[in-house]
Design a protein around this ligand. Structure first.
Ligand code: MIG
Length: 648
């Protein structure tokens, strides 16, 4: 049963799309609500064995106990075990104990969650914005059913085209056509698959959105087409800020139509990001969203069908207010308010929400969501097929409009493990099309780390190798011994019919694509496992996430079939329920097929277009597999596209 509780006067976030009955707040007494001048708080006593799932894009394990998490979208390059905020806000959590319930705080303001923090045995939630909706899901017998109820009220997740399920290469630092040609050549030469290349900020003219540097990309339309003829897509980045420049049409249109956020004086707010001084579009306004979204047509007219939205927390290097106040010797009390804390700038600009002026700080966490929604709603109108879109910042609701990537991680084993642990939480919040920068964004990626990371990421829908400016090159073809890379990457394409089918079925059924083991198995031994995951309905993965290791422990909650793939053969081996050790060399991936299940395997290909979805081999001991199949572009994604494959 899902119940809605209303506190104050919340703004419309559209996070929840289904009507939910409203109940009196007195029914929430078990959450010990307390209201003070500056917050509404809740507190709940946790039993020793209670597990707390959820919160989407946050650091830590699948079980959130022991952590302090702050919902306040932040551009941070330092993701440590105790980093409280990343780029997204996903305020859904499930408490799994004697009492089982889920809570979703549809609150765009700053929230502090403490989950058995410092062994307090308490779950405490402090909402700074006192205007919000709270949804409670109870009367369910498992965390999994609570999650599915939740997914059913927030609406269907975004589905990109089939090519977006291929492998993508990216690097901040590709500047000109030749850099992209080299990537294509590099992958071709070493016989490695590739479906898309991301274009980072240097393709633009002085970091102006919706421009192309024609000197670096002469005849861009032909170039896009020539790559598409090879089944390779270009995916340009779009940043949130619009450069202040009298000769730039996007800027002029924004000023003329009052599309931008305003400052304390009511003028357009001025903040510095990559292009220098910029204005931020006020994505809370419908007309701003329609305008900004239509701007993507500039690029779709060149044949572009995929984008990534960045810097939309929004990230600010510095602003007119920090500049002004930092020069002053004496600061008044009022001014101090704006300089108090790290997030001062967010208190100094404003949105127009249904005619009311609202301080950005209070609604900060939905800004990126509304940017991505702007893009998605208009791309949907511009193109008569599905498109790729993924965003850095997000909020629950954004999952209907785009996928996400998890931002600026590092080339470390810890970040690989963190990627594994975060995936189920993202899925719980509707972000099925998601993934991390494979190989790590910052730092120097070793060959071993990249191979192991690819061996995990090949199971995640967004499968992209991305790295930062000035780091060591991290493209697969830059490393010696291409055979190992061929082996790992080819598995993605051999599993593509399974991955695509399981992904779409999960979307259509308001289900998760990647799940914790405990969501399927009622087995005390799996409650603490956070480095093994279920991928779709048939596969369990147990990735190697440690340096110098070719083996690891794995626990099977039931009899399974171990599959070892080395680039050619699938070696099958029946394994009994219980503890085992798995071995996988750098050119091998080991995964498991669940009891009574099947997986379809294709012959593979150099890109998704080459994969034959009809000529499939079935592995496993089940008797039928439900395959979702379509043309890879249609918007009409429906259950009728599912066919039954039977084992002979
Ligand atoms: O301030 O566009 O997370 O993926 O390569 C850095 C450059 C801005 C941050 C993104 C990253 C991207 C980078 N961007």
């Amino acid at each position: 049963m899902i119940k809605k509780f209303i506190f104050g006067k919340p703004i419309k976030t559209d996070a929840v799309v289904k009507d939910v009955e409203v109940f009196s707040n007195s029914e929430l007494s078990f959450l010990n609500e307390k209201e003070t001048d500056d917050a509404i708080s809740f507190e709940y006593d946790l039993d020793v064995d209670d597990i707390v799932y959820g919160l989407g894009e946050v650091m830590g394990s699948i079980n959130k106990r022991g952590g302090r998490y702050i919902s306040f979208n932040t551009d941070t390059p330092n993701h440590t075990p105790t980093t409280p905020s990343l780029y997204a806000t996903h305020n859904f959590l499930v408490i799994d104990g004697k009492k089982k319930f889920g809570i979703f705080l549809d609150n765009p303001g700053r929230i502090i969650f403490e989950v058995d923090y410092n062994n307090s045995k308490k779950l405490s939630i402090r909402c700074e914005n006192k205007n919000f909706n709270l949804y409670l899901i109870d009367d369910c017998d498992s965390s999994y059913s609570i999650t599915k109820e939740f997914l059913s009220i927030i609406g269907q997740s975004f589905i990109p085209p089939l090519w977006a399920f291929g492998f993508g290469q990216s690097r901040w630092g590709y500047r000109k056509k030749k850099d992209f040609d080299n990537v294509v050549k590099g992958y071709e030469k070493k016989n490695l698959p590739l479906d898309y290349i991301c274009m980072d900020i240097d393709y633009m003219n002085g970091f102006r959105d919706f421009t192309i540097n024609e000197k670096r990309f002469p005849n861009f339309k032909n170039y896009v087409k020539s790559l598409k003829d090879k089944n390779i897509h270009l995916v340009p980045i779009i940043d949130a800020g619009v450069k202040i420049d009298d000769k730039y049409s996007t800027y002029l249109e924004g000023v003329k139509n009052n599309y931008f956020c305003t400052n304390l004086e009511g003028e357009n707010f001025n903040a510095t990001v990559w292009p220098g001084p910029t204005h931020f579009p006020d994505f809370f306004k419908e007309d701003t969203r329609a305008w900004f979204g239509q701007k993507y047509k500039f690029l779709t007219d060149y044949g572009i069908e995929g984008f990534w939205n960045d810097m939309n927390e929004p990230s600010i290097f510095h602003s007119e207010y920090t500049a002004k106040f930092s020069k002053k010797k004496a600061i008044t009390k009022d001014e101090k308010y704006f300089l108090d804390g790290k997030y001062c700038e967010y208190k100094t600009f404003f949105h127009n929400i249904d005619g009311n002026t609202v301080c950005h700080y209070d609604v900060h966490n939905v800004y990126g969501y509304f940017m991505t929604r702007a893009a998605s709603e208009q791309l949907d109108k511009i193109l008569d097929k599905r498109f790729l879109l993924f965003s850095r910042s997000s909020y629950i609701g954004a999952h209907r409009y785009a996928g996400i990537w998890t931002g600026d991680n590092k080339s470390t084993w810890f970040h690989l493990k963190q990627n594994v642990m975060m995936m189920p939480s993202l899925n719980m919040c509707g972000f099925l099309y998601s993934g991390a920068d494979t190989g790590g964004f910052l730092g120097r990626c070793s060959r071993e780390l990249l191979l192991r990371w690819l061996a995990f990421s090949l199971f995640t829908p967004l499968f992209r190798d991305h790295t930062a400016l000035l780091t060591k090159h991290q493209e697969c073809y830059k490393f010696k011994g291409e055979k190992d890379f061929q082996a790992i990457l080819s598995l993605r394409y051999r599993l593509l019919p399974y991955i695509y089918s399981e992904f779409v079925k999960a979307v259509l059924n308001s289900d998760m694509y990647i799940k914790p083991l405990a969501f399927e198995y009622d087995d005390v031994n799996v409650r603490k496992i956070d480095d093994q995951l279920l991928v779709g309905d048939s596969i369990m993965v147990a990735p190697i996430v440690e340096k110098g290791k070719a083996e690891r422990n794995v626990y099977l909650p039931e009899d399974m079939i171990e599959v070892k793939y080395d680039g050619c053969d699938f070696k099958l081996n029946k394994v009994e329920k219980g503890n085992h050790i798995l071995n996988a060399n750098l050119n091998e991936v080991v995964f498991f097929i669940r009891k009574g299940k099947l997986i379809p395997i294709s012959k593979g290909g150099k890109n998704t277009a080459e994969v034959d979805f009809n000529n499939l081999e079935l592995l496993g001991d089940g008797d039928q597999y439900l395959q979702y199949i379509d043309d890879g572009y249609t918007k009409d994604v429906k259950k009728e596209n599912i066919r039954v494959l039977k084992k002979e």
